[in-house]
Design a protein. Structure first.
Length: 535
């Protein structure tokens, strides 16, 4: 390894920041993404992301479903530069396209931005995604959005985050007014007020007038009540709130909070600047040889998502790989840890929205799309040099269950093959009844879309028409101490025992309440909402 290459890798890691946005539908994720890209110079006019979306709808039919439902099924990686940093935004599928992929994407992210609507506070999807971030202990940055609309008291929102998520908060900036009277934000470090002008839907970068707190103009610019409100809020924050502690932030225990309005650009740039300063750079990953640093000179990465048939022009599958170490080069040959085979990585792709652009190199923190049909499964490691195998991606707790039936016996083989391949690809989890007579697979999913994708693909790719019988469960828990523990306990009530594709016991419950009751009654069973991929 030359020192030049080592320096190049170190510099690349130093510049990189990678994050995903966690939010509930409608909080403004698309809008914020667009504004971040606008500041990053990746687009010049807001509206481009949405426009690209609808353009895509018109040209792509990789799934007729995508058109029918008017949603995007694929998640993408957006790359942009700002202030000499290379930023990778891993787009987490949300809305109706919420699926296990949304969780898996978080397994590839180094930081999360929790986007909250000021009027709504914490919402269900945000809480679920937060839990996954918490498990990984990644830093969480909070952006409270839509301050140009009436909403809840900022202090209440901080309180909600602290009480419900158990995260300490530190407000980096503080809003002045709200709704029609939203005047801007106060930067607590620089002790400056940012007064913003509204642009038409924030389609250009906002005009940002900055004045110091002691400046006489404040009294002219801010109405008296807003000025006094700001002063008293700041006294309260300084008096009772903790200091910003970056170690706690990096451990996922404290969240820096920003206020703004993505639509009108208020506070977006201030957020971006601070985020880049506080966010974690690509870090180390646990593997069979211990913790591996991103500057480790050999290339390695893991597959966190597989996407089939994204583009009708290329009926193919793309494996999304999170680069963990070293330098990726086009056409390089790597080893595939699970199979032990050598694989040549031809046609690597960087993904900007839906466009595919070929890439020549990538470093830790980047995501590449690889085009090797059938070779990769979720969680696979690829590497050069000494063998490295990363920990893999767990199965996340499904919430929707259905029996999948193939009414046509002549299609039995295709049905089996399709189900097994779609499971391997991670499109859905498959469970089976413990009753040998019931052989229909149970589809277990995080989002409804996964069912539709499976049925659609079984028909289109395997020629099998299937029917679904929805099952009345909404909670799944793996029994970590296995069948033996279950046998000892004997008969259980208000739950059904099934096995996952690896034969491990899983309990299904109709609701959280039944699950909690069983936990109370049988503390000897170790239940887990997440199961490791490898047994
Ligand atoms: P999502 O991706 O999280 O689902 O949210 P998206 O950005 O699509 O935003 C949801 C709605 O909230 C959009 O309105 C968007 O314009 C609006 N919005 C986002 N940020 C702000 C903000 O800071 N202030 C205000 N007032 N609204 C905001 P829409 O009516 O659904 O769409 P559109 O007609 O604006 O395109």
């Amino acid at each position: 390894m030359s020192t030049e290459l080592q320096t190049e890798i170190s510099q690349a890691v130093e510049r990189r920041r990678n994050f995903a946005i966690i939010s509930h539908p409608d909080a403004g994720k698309t809008t914020l993404t667009e504004k971040l890209l606008l500041y990053g110079g990746a687009i010049h006019e807001a509206g481009a992301v949405k426009a690209r979306r609808s353009q895509r709808k018109a040209t792509s039919d990789w799934m007729a479903m995508e058109q029918q439902r008017g949603i995007s099924i694929t998640s993408t990686v957006l790359q942009f530069e700002y202030s000499n940093c290379q930023i990778n935004l891993l787009d987490t599928p949300g809305h109706q396209d919420f699926s296990e992929d949304t969780y898996r994407t978080l397994a590839a992210a180094d930081n999360a931005v929790m986007l909250i609507d000021v009027a709504k506070g914490l919402e269900p999807q945000t809480r679920k995604l937060f839990e996954v971030c918490k498990l990984r202990g990644i830093p969480i940055f909070t952006f409270v959005n839509k301050l140009d609309r009436p909403g809840r008291e900022p202090i209440d929102l901080l309180d909600e985050i602290e009480q419900e998520l158990g995260l300490q908060t530190y407000a980096v900036n503080w809003p002045i007014g709200m709704g029609d009277r939203f005047k801007g934000v106060y930067d607590r470090f620089k002790q400056q007020i940012h007064l913003f002008e509204r642009t038409a839907h924030g389609s250009r970068e906002a005009q940002d007038t900055v004045i110091d707190l002691g400046d006489n103009r404040i009294e002219e610019l801010l109405e008296q009540d807003l000025y006094y409100q700001l002063k008293s809020d700041l006294e309260l924050l300084d008096g009772v709130g903790p200091e910003l502690d970056l170690d706690l932030v990096h451990a996922g225990k404290m969240t820096p909070v920003f206020f703004g309005s993505a639509m009108t650009n208020f506070g977006v740039e201030l957020f971006l600047e601070n985020f880049l300063q506080y966010a974690l750079k690509p870090g180390s990953h646990d593997s069979n040889i211990g913790s591996v640093e991103p500057t480790y000179p050999e290339f390695s990465g893991f597959v966190f998502k597989l996407q089939a048939n994204m583009d009708p022009k290329h009926r193919d599958r793309i494996a999304f790989v999170r680069v963990c170490t070293g330098r990726f080069e086009k056409d390089m040959t790597v080893n595939h840890a699970r199979t032990g085979k050598a694989v040549r990585l031809s046609r690597p792709q960087k993904l900007f929205a839906q466009e595919r652009e070929s890439i020549d190199e990538a470093y830790a923190g980047d995501v590449i799309g690889l085009n090797n049909p059938g070779v990769f499964a979720i969680g696979d490691t690829i590497y050069t040099g000494q063998k490295i195998e990363y920990e893999g991606i767990p199965y996340f707790s499904p919430e929707l269950f259905a029996n999948l039936r193939n009414p046509n016996p002549s299609k039995f083989k295709q049905f089996q093959k399709g189900v097994s391949e779609l499971r391997e690809e991670g499109a859905v989890q498959i469970m089976y009844s413990t009753d040998e007579a019931k052989r229909d697979p149970i589809l277990a999913a995080v989002g409804q879309l996964q069912f539709e994708v499976v049925q659609f693909r079984l028909q289109n790719e395997y020629g099998v028409e299937t029917t679904l019988d929805v099952l009345p469960y909404s909670v799944a828990r793996w029994v970590s101490n296995g069948w033996e523990a279950l046998e000892k306990v004997g008969r259980l009530f208000n739950t059904t025992t099934v096995k996952d594709s690896m034969g491990r016991p899983v309990l299904l419950f109709r609701n959280e309440w039944n699950c909690q009751q069983l936990i109370g009654d049988h503390p000897e069973l170790i239940l887990s909402a997440i199961a490791p991929v490898t047994s």
